[in-house]
Design a protein around this ligand. Structure first.
Ligand code: ADP
Ligand code: ZN
Length: 235
């Protein structure tokens, strides 16, 4: 199954992607996580992307598309993938289409995480991220079992630098100006589904599962075929 999670920063895309990746057995591909990894290196690429990420602006499309081209050619994406934070512009969406076309693949569903601005700010201002595995927590809504420590891997939790209020406002602005138009883009292709992402993570997850079932994806099996495709191949 090939999925895109679309929505503003703080919509909870990363949280759902982490759960889904276990459930579906396909990788969670977050361009934000990949860029933060790049920033830890001392490389020409790191120098190029630094100022954009720090300011909450978008990294240029060509750079992102090159990174994604490499990532999507890796063997672990064979059965599918969950894209989180990409595409973020129409140009990236078109670039992704071309990439997939060459591989004879296409996106199955775009899940749009509809979220109010108040929720976004509340979530980002309390967000904690594991420095080792990238798992997200929230000071109030989703605290770790032990303060400052990741439940999953024991890594250290910290606040992301770009989660400071001023940068958060900038990121919301960038989202509205450059990314929100992807909603219409995918709606017109008939693959967009909208989730109410203002609710708790567990509620959103339940809605996701219902949605998959409604769309005819069999969730019991690890290797994800659409039930209809399976029925055909068994006929
Ligand atoms: P958010 O919580 O804002 O969704 P991400 O972790 O997805 O944060 O991204 C953090 C930053 O990385 C963005 O503000 C932007 O600078 C950069 N970035 C991530 N994905 C992309 C992308 N697809 N295109 C351009 N820039 C990106
Ligand atoms: Zn962790």
């Amino acid at each position: 199954m090939r999925l895109i999670l679309l929505g503003p920063p703080g919509a909870g895309k990363g949280t759902q992607a982490e759960i889904l990746k276990e459930k579906l057995g396909i990788p969670h591909i977050s361009t934000g996580d990949m860029l933060r990894q790049v920033l830890k290196e001392d490389s020409p690429l790191s120098k190029k992307v630094k100022r954009f990420v720090e300011r909450g602006e978008l990294v240029p499309d060509e750079i992102i598309l090159e990174i994604m081209k490499q990532r999507l050619s890796s063997a672990d994406t064979e059965k599918g993938f969950i894209l989180d934070g990409f595409p973020r512009t129409i140009k990236q969406a078109q670039g992704l289409e071309q990439l997939l076309k060459k591989m004879n693949k296409q996106i199955d569903l775009v899940l749009y995480f509809a979220t109010s601005v108040e929720k976004i700010i509340e979530r980002l201002s309390g967000r904690l991220v594991c420095s080792r595995c990238g798992m997200n927590y929230h000071l109030k809504n989703m605290p770790p079992k032990e303060e400052g420590v990741c439940d999953k891997c024991g890594g250290e939790l910290s606040q992301r630098e770009d989660d400071q209020e001023e940068t958060v406002r900038k990121r919301i602005d960038v989202y509205l100006k450059q990314t929100a138009e992807l909603i219409e883009f995918y709606k017109s292709k008939g693959i967009l589904r909208t989730l109410d992402a203002n609710r708790d993570a567990q509620e959103v997850y339940k809605e996701l599962i219902r949605l998959f079932e409604k769309e005819g994806f069999n969730l019991k099996s690890n290797d994800f075929h659409k039930i209809s495709e399976r029925a055909e191949s068994h006929a």
